[in-house]
Design a protein around this ligand. Structure first.
Ligand code: FES
Ligand SMILES: [Fe+2]
Length: 329
């Protein structure tokens, strides 16, 4: 498959830092490529999961003293991928396992398949703001196209149909003004709601909503930010990893303004509310994926972030643009 160029060359998270240990290798997958991750001291190493000797998967091997041993003939590779031991021989050939670049950011291990890695993507401020309550929700990969999943997270038009009563009432809409901006930095749609949303999620989690924002942090990060009239804020950032064709892993990060509610109570409540929502989205993304053809999608009047998502993924110029529109949500 030809991945859109900014995705093919981009930085992607492949593991959570706390999954990586010096005791056993961790297998991961990125755009169909098997990878193996391990730790030696403070250093995290990402290798292609293929021994240069006869191609056995290194992730089936074991770790000793910060080096990984291949399960087939026992060649050992250090944290820079160099072969440091061939059992039964006094010397090692000068070969290396293929090492990929690594960045550890916001508790995730990121890597890149490009020869020359691009600059690291800008991450949403809410991921680094020390004054917020936060948690990562660890979710398994699911059957979904990468850009479909990203767009789904930022799409205001499906909740009436896919999440009736949970996110939006199915049969009632009210006018919303939307300010859309896009540029090389990404894109955002700011929704100003004039009336209170009566669906369960809004009623319980937000009180009265002042505005909500859907923001693209290119190329693969979507943030939904809900701001209440009283100044409370909930940010849901999802980083989408292209695991394979039609398989996407979401890394969901929730951050919210501190309140009298203990962080753990908020975490449990947010997970409880979002669990059914997530299942509903996964079901629709799965149906969409199984129905895929090579035809391009049509863009409708409510698909306000579709174009910048596509432009950024494909490395196309995204000139500064600003529009205002009215819709009913
Ligand atoms: S295949 Fe890895 S040591 Fe032979
Ligand atoms: Fe949804």
């Amino acid at each position: 498959m030809d991945w859109p160029v900014a995705i093919a060359k981009g930085w992607h998270p492949v593991a959570s830092l706390d999954e990586i240990s010096s005791r056993r290798p961790h297998a991961a997958r990125l755009m169909g490529q098997p990878l193996v991750l391990f730790r030696s001291g403070d250093r995290v190493t990402v290798l292609r999961d293929r021994c240069p000797h006869r191609g056995a998967p290194l992730s089936h091997g074991r770790m000793t003293n910060g080096a990984i041993t291949c399960p087939y003939h026992g060649w050992r590779f250090d944290s820079e991928g160099r072969c440091i031991e061939v059992p039964g021989a006094a010397v090692c050939p000068s070969v290396s396992a293929s090492v990929l670049p690594v960045r550890v950011e916001v508790g995730l291990v990121w890597t890149c398949l490009a020869e020359t890695p691009p600059p690291f993507p800008t991450l949403p401020d809410a991921m680094r703001d020390a004054d917020l309550d936060r948690f990562w929700w660890r979710l398994a990969p699911s059957e979904a196209g990468l850009l479909d999943a990203l767009e789904n997270h930022l799409d205001p038009a499906h909740p009436h149909f896919v999440h009736p009563w949970l996110v939006r009432p199915p049969d009632r809409r009210h006018p919303v003004s939307v300010a859309v901006r896009s540029g090389e930095w990404g894109a955002e749609a700011v929704y100003f709601e004039h009336r209170r949303n009566t669906a369960l999620l809004s009623a319980v989690m937000e009180g009265s909503r002042a505005r909500s924002i859907g923001r693209l942090w290119p190329p693969t990060i979507g943030e939904v930010r809900l701001e209440s009239a009283r100044g409370a804020m909930l940010s849901i950032v999802v980083v989408f990893t292209p695991v394979d064709v039609g398989v996407t892993r979401p890394w969901a990060h929730f951050a919210s303004t501190r309140s009298w509610l203990p962080a753990i109570v908020k975490e449990l409540a947010l997970k409880a509310f979002h669990w059914p929502v997530l299942q509903q989205d996964r079901r629709m993304l799965r149906l969409q994926e199984r129905n895929r053809t090579r035809e391009r999608y049509a863009t409708g009047p409510l698909d306000v972030l579709a174009r910048p998502i596509w432009q950024h993924a494909n490395g196309l110029p995204c000139p500064e643009e600003e529009t205002r529109l009215e819709m009913s949500l």
